[in-house]
Write a protein that binds this ligand. Structure first.
Ligand SMILES: Nc1nc2c(ncn2[C@@H]2O[C@H](COP(=O)(O)OP(=O)(O)OP(=O)(O)O)[C@@H](O)[C@H]2O)c(=O)[nH]1
Ligand SMILES: [Mg+2]
Length: 365
């Protein structure tokens, strides 16, 4: 597993590199770099600087131009950085070339997210899902030339169409198969329990750090892990919530979404996300005070579509209304989403309204 830098106890000093390609929205770029910094912090690294560049297109060898390469080299030396994190997704060839040219470990955003997931996965299901995602990611990074390089069979060869690289990675592919089998079993078990569900199921979804776990805790006595970090929750937790006399729901907390969520992760978390797709109702939680809440809502909608849950009815919850930034943003947000419910999970304000609206919705079913 490519997780050695994170398991290393000493704090990594990381330099961020970002290349704006074509006409990139500057505001979004800024937000995405800030988010990468938070991800790096979550992974235990300290950011010592960032270098950005604008290009019409990336270079095939290094992604960046040779002048920028020198600048990064110098900046790393000055800041004593021992890690470079690219906000752009890099090919394996580019990672290798940068590693060698800079003589420093280089990772990209996808690998960073995968490593955070690997470190945070608690339940055996989440661990299987993360390992599968990491392996799929590694396999997807086999250079195209190695994938295409075919041997025409012959003595000692497994058969036509197997490249030496693929043969060397046979154990990896076998492990992927085993993990998929394991996950399928867990999924079957989930299906069986789901069929016996006595109460309607409601899932909390939303951008990472929106306050989903805090809300689950506010509704129940659950002790879901809450943290002001990205990806605090990787394991789904389901709890019974009492709505009103004779009305209960099963409320499930889920893993948060983020822009550029690695595809292999979405694929391996599919069984967890089935919970979302098969819910009777979604509670989309948003941090109303976040500067980019509108972007977050778009990313959540896009991710829900990606996992086939865009047809599930939903209520929008504008959370963190106890803070000033959220209150200031409410006017515009409510114009855009007039049916949204405003609340504060930490102050337990607005919870009764949420319960009433859930009840109302379930009665209409
Ligand atoms: N001010 C304020 N902060 C809140 C509120 N709800 C949650 N938070 C804070 O927001 C941070 C993230 O909360 P979580 O509940 O862990 O968020 P999450 O959506 O579960 O995050 P992931 O599990 O990472 O997807 C924590 O520091 C919470 O204390 C709220 O109503 N008001
Ligand atoms: Mg959470």
């Amino acid at each position: 597993m490519p997780a050695e830098w994170i398991q290393n106890e000493e704090i990594e000093k990381a330099l961020i590199m970002h290349v704006s390609i074509g006409h990139e929205d500057r505001r979004q770029t800024k937000d995405s770099i800030a988010e990468l910094e938070r991800l790096a912090n979550t992974a235990g690294a300290t950011i010592v600087g960032s270098i950005t560049q604008h290009r019409d297109r990336p270079t095939p060898n290094f992604f960046i131009g040779s002048g920028k390469l020198e600048e990064i080299q110098l900046a790393c030396r000055r800041a004593n950085a021992n890690l470079v994190i690219s906000n752009n997704e890099l090919s394996s060839v580019q990672v290798n070339n940068l590693d060698i040219a800079l003589n420093i470990k280089v990772i990209d955003r996808t690998e960073l997210i995968l490593q955070i997931f690997a470190r945070r996965a608690q339940s055996s299901e989440a661990q299987v899902q993360v390992e599968l995602a990491q392996l799929e990611y590694l396999v997807s990074r086999i250079p195209v030339s190695a994938k295409q390089q075919r041997f025409k069979g012959g003595i000692g060869m497994k058969g036509p169409g197997e490249s030496p690289f693929q043969l060397r990675n046979e154990p990896m592919r076998k492990r992927i198969k085993d993990l998929k089998r394991k996950l399928a079993k867990i999924q079957q078990r989930r299906h069986r329990t789901r069929g016996r569900r006595p109460w309607p199921s409601v899932a909390l979804v939303g951008y990472t750090n929106a306050g989903k776990s805090t809300l689950l805790n506010a509704f129940t006595e659950a002790k879901a892990y809450v943290d002001d970090r990205l990806f605090a929750t990787l394991d789904t937790k389901t709890r019974l919530v009492h709505l009103s006399e004779g009305n209960k729901i099963l409320l499930t907390d889920t893993v948060g979404f983020i822009r550029q969520l690695p595809h292999s992760l979405v694929a391996s978390f599919k069984s967890t996300l089935d919970e979302v797709r098969e819910s009777d109702l979604l509670l989309i939680v948003a941090d109303a005070g976040h500067l980019h809440v509108a972007d977050h809502l778009k990313i959540v909608a896009k991710t829900l579509k990606e996992i086939g849950a865009d047809n599930v009815p939903s209520l929008l919850l504008l959370n963190k209304c106890d803070n000033l930034a959220a209150r200031n943003a409410l006017h515009d947000l409510l114009l855009e989403h007039p049916r949204a419910i405003t609340l504060s999970a930490t102050k337990r304000q607005g919870l009764v309204i949420v319960k009433d609206r859930i009840t109302e919705h379930l009665h209409q079913m």
